[in-house]
Design a protein around this ligand. Structure first.
Ligand code: GAL
Length: 354
């Protein structure tokens, strides 16, 4: 596995124009086999627990985009099970796939990519990187981390706390997800430049309950004192916030990403400082654009590549604090009805969320 080497991103000086026909190594050329001629797009999502995004947004926007582009979409979810991932892939390949769009789960995508490529089927790494994909379509994940790190530095400064002496806990994502290292690199670039060093850093996970357990242990080790918590996503942030609430620790800067409903509620109530909003529709559309060009043998232009050379289409993320929650609602990626429940309703009125 070369997953760690995927974490580094190399920006090309100019736009690199690549033709999949020239770099896939399939040798068959488009339309040479039954699978290549197929207009079925086979998609595998990783799970439902790490974030609501996969079932709520990625499935919907990929389905819409692929259908509009003339593909039959076969979208399945591996539900956090690597054997199920492999079984789904085998079934999809038996039916035939014109392209495979894979969100990696714990390394499972790499073996699927090898099988697909052996059949001349192009493979897109969607959202998460893995070895063997023809293209990586995601957000600018270093930037995601930088926005999270800036949230922590700004949050400490707003409270006139010196970042150099502040007690900051790092709560990262699952290291088997190649994005987790990019989020951490971006966040730490900004935090370390401000003089922050992690006071505690439990092993990363994508799991709310496990994050709560890990954070509680870290807090105990710190004698109950914490000034800020860098958290890689909103699901994990909810786990951290449950422990802050249990210990009556208010006003602690907390970061996140995904702009999920719980995250947006925590931002409005002041328990989470900001989230990084990644409009999944933009990511799904970028993937559909790459797929369409690849299957037509057209040029795909990318400005970045991963350290292993995989061309990287990196969509721009946005920082969302209480004043920007409404932009997520306006975009259709959350509704005021879901967000503005219970105590949050008054905050929605205050911040113009409707
Ligand atoms: C990442 C993804 C994030 C978040 C996380 C947990 O790979 O980029 O958006 O959802 O996984 O699923």
């Amino acid at each position: 596995m070369k997953r760690s080497s995927l974490a580094a991103v190399v920006a090309l000086s100019g736009a690199a124009a690549l033709l999949l026909a020239g770099c896939s190594g399939s040798g068959g050329g488009s339309g040479s086999g039954a699978a290549a001629a197929s207009t079925r797009a086979c998609v595998i999502l990783p799970d439902a627990a790490s974030s609501p995004r996969w079932e709520n947004f990625d499935r919907k926007y990929l389905q819409d985009g692929l259908t509009a582009a003339g593909y039959e979409a076969d979208i399945q979810n591996a539900q956090g099970d690597t054997s199920k991932y492999a079984t789904i892939a085998d079934q999809q390949l038996t039916k035939g796939c014109g392209v495979m769009v894979l969100v990696d789960y714990n390394g499972a995508a790499e073996g699927v990519a090898t099988k697909a490529k052996a059949q001349g089927i192009p493979v897109i790494a969607y959202d998460r990187p893995f070895t063997g994909a023809d293209y990586y379509v995601s957000f600018d994940n270093i930037k995601v981390g930088e926005l999270e790190g800036q949230t922590i530095v700004d949050g400490l400064n707003a409270q006139h706390k010196d970042p150099k002496t502040a007690t900051v806990v790092y709560m990262g994502g699952d290291p088997t997800d190649g994005n987790a290292a990019m989020f951490r690199t971006g966040a730490n670039n900004v935090m370390s430049a401000a003089g922050i060093k992690p006071a505690q850093e439990p092993k990363g996970v994508w799991d709310q309950a496990q994050t709560a357990t890990n954070f509680e242990q870290a807090l105990t080790a710190l004698g109950g004192k914490v000034d800020a918590v860098w958290v890689a996503n909103d699901t994990n942030a909810a786990g951290v916030i449950a422990i802050l609430q249990k210990n009556n620790l208010t006003g602690v800067p907390v970061s996140g990403q995904d702009a999920n409903v719980a995250g947006l509620q925590n931002i409005l109530t002041g328990w989470q400082t900001a989230t990084v909003y990644k409009p999944v529709k933009d990511e799904a559309n970028a993937a559909v654009d790459v797929i369409t060009k690849v299957l037509k043998g057209q040029t795909v232009t990318t400005t970045n590549k991963l350290a292993d050379g995989t061309p990287y289409i990196a969509v721009t993320p946005q920082l969302v604090g209480p004043n920007e929650v409404e932009t997520v609602v306006k975009a259709g990626d959350a509704s005021a009805a879901e967000i503005c429940t219970g105590d949050v309703a008054a905050k929605c009125a205050q911040y113009g969320v409707q």
